[in-house]
Design a protein around this ligand. Structure first.
Ligand code: ADP
Length: 306
């Protein structure tokens, strides 16, 4: 399955996408990302393209991101930039991802309401195209592994969401953060893994998730509505995406009310939110260090008393 074109130089990519008569006129740096260098490329025909660049060794960040953008875009339910191509520019010694440039604009009056409706609509979409061989192989997972921040995110399909969350989400992160853990935290985490089915339900249906949906991965486009960026997409429980929106402060109440109108939020969700935060907190502990230890401990205490 080759959904995204791959190129060997940036110029080849621009020519293949926009035609040989078009050349690169300017390259302006955009600041704000955590991991990659970002640029607005202006072409000789006046059009603009968004480019992320990283070292050649990190080209797989971009093939993974492009696949996530492709999957979200396939649903047609929410604004997501079109991935145009990825590649490794051996002359310039960098890897790149080209995508549609989203022009920033002020939010329209119904920004949060529309965003809530659209995210819920995304979560209701059929997901069979986004796991290998559809349900035969397992319902939860994704076409390929991808990244959460700079860490690998395993997406091996599983028939059970609870098994998937244990084996592809919590367990790999717990292994990575082991050096930060003391004996009681190890005990608490082991308890959680063993009793995950008493904390999480299987969803009524699987949902395609953005996977890393916090405000920094959204942009208001020229139509005044939300576009979602920088996905770590996979098929999972819709509550995992909702929980991520609430990890760093949350979106306004209007967003959740609107979401609920299209896809009712289960009354037990509040109890489960921190369980979904745990994956991201462990990932942050692993990427950014001990400042996240306290929050991990609090979540453990909350669910296990340890
Ligand atoms: P990183 O992969 O390093 O986290 P981001 O996805 O956060 O990078 O993008 C870096 C900056 O570029 C952010 O300020 C973001 O708003 C902006 N940006 C991201 N994608 C686009 C796009 N398609 N069009 C315009 N600006 C974008």
């Amino acid at each position: 399955m080759n959904k995204i074109n791959r190129f060997t130089t940036l110029n080849d990519a621009l020519e293949a996408i926009f035609g040989d008569e078009v050349s690169l006129r300017r390259r302006d740096r955009i600041y704000g990302g955590d991991i990659n260098d970002a640029f607005c490329l202006t072409l000789s025909n006046g059009s603009r393209v968004f480019m992320k660049a990283n070292s050649m060794q990190n080209a797989n960040f971009f093939t993974a991101e492009a696949l996530g953008l492709w999957a979200l875009g396939q649903t047609g339910e929410i604004g997501v930039p079109e991935a145009l191509g990825t590649g490794i520019d051996r002359d310039g010694h960098f890897s790149f991802l080209l995508m549609e440039f989203i022009e920033k604009a002020p939010r329209n009056k119904t920004y949060w309401e529309t965003f809530g409706h659209r995210l819920a609509a995304l979560h209701r979409c059929d997901t069979t195209a986004f796991v290998p061989n559809g349900e035969e192989n397992g319902t939860y997972g994704f076409l390929e592994d991808n990244f959460i921040g700079a860490n690998v995110q395993r997406n091996t399909p599983k028939a059970s969401w609870i098994d998937f969350y244990r084996e592809c989400r919590l367990l790999p992160q717990i292994r990575l953060v082991d050096s930060h853990l003391d004996a009681s935290m190890r005990k608490g985490l082991a308890y959680l893994l063993d009793h995950l089915d008493s904390f999480l339900p299987e969803p009524d249906f699987p949902s395609l998730l953005h996977g890393d949906l916090w405000s920094g991965n959204t942009l208001c486009g020229s139509d005044g509505t939300a576009w979602i960026l920088d996905p770590a997409a996979y098929v999972g429980h819709s509550e995992a995406d909702l929980a991520m929106t609430q990890l760093f402060g949350g979106f306004p109440e209007t967003f959740y009310r609107a979401y609920h109108e299209v896809l009712p939020i289960d009354s037990g969700y509040d109890e489960r939110r921190d369980m979904y935060h745990l994956y991201h907190l462990l990932n942050h502990l692993n990427l950014f260090g001990r400042s996240y230890l306290g929050e991990v401990k609090e979540v453990l205490k909350r669910y296990t008393g340890i």
